[in-house]
Design a binder for this molecule. Sequence first.
Ligand SMILES: [Zn+2]
Length: 246
Amino acid sequence: MFDYNIFVQGFPGKSSTHGGLGWSTISLLSQNDQNIIIDVGSFGVRKLLLRRLHDKGLSPDDITMVLLTHTHWDHCVNWTLFPNATIVVGRVDMNWALNEPLGESDVPELYVKELNRSPQTRLVDHLEEVVPGIVAHQTKGHTPGHMAYSVDNGDYDLLFSGDAAKNRTELLSGNVDMTLNLSESQNSIDYLWSLWMRKTGSILVPGHDIPMKLINGKSLYLYKREADLQCWFSDTLGDYTTIVLE
Ligand SMILES: [Zn+2]
């Protein structure tokens, strides 16, 4: 059994004036001396991520593995924080990312180049068992080699969908925003549902939303949403306006 912790909640939104927020989900799975992080977020979340680790009594050195769902900047750049971790990434996604034209996509070109030549990197294929109980599932569309990960936790599974299903709305509607291939994305959503329904009580963790449990066919959020903006709109530094996003 893996102990599951959500470190940073994903947020299902974007900005019409500032583009993608990149507020993605970061999770920790622990079992004995294995500490596995699923997706590592981007620069803005670094201090928060380190604080969450510290609160668990862990340092970055204690992370044994990082599972990346895909090679977009908001999910992958912080792999550099974990010197002792094996960094798992889909083989197809890595090859795609390395060949993306500079500056045209959400791939952080230099971080991906470095990841490709790092001895820490392990490329995985569809249905490969990454460690006992954890399987990679190619779920393409959002990117050509996107991976979801299923975790067999006995009575129930944990399913990390990454951006194959960014949020609850995409799962329920079967329709997606920001994809490279809509029909592939729709097939991936169907595939995720088939995984999710294998065991009652399984938990699905989207790339940009709160984990959900399937109860009597209904997907229910497991946690309350935690997201806000702290804005300096006045003349005084300490006097900021908090906008709660829920
Ligand atoms: Zn993405």
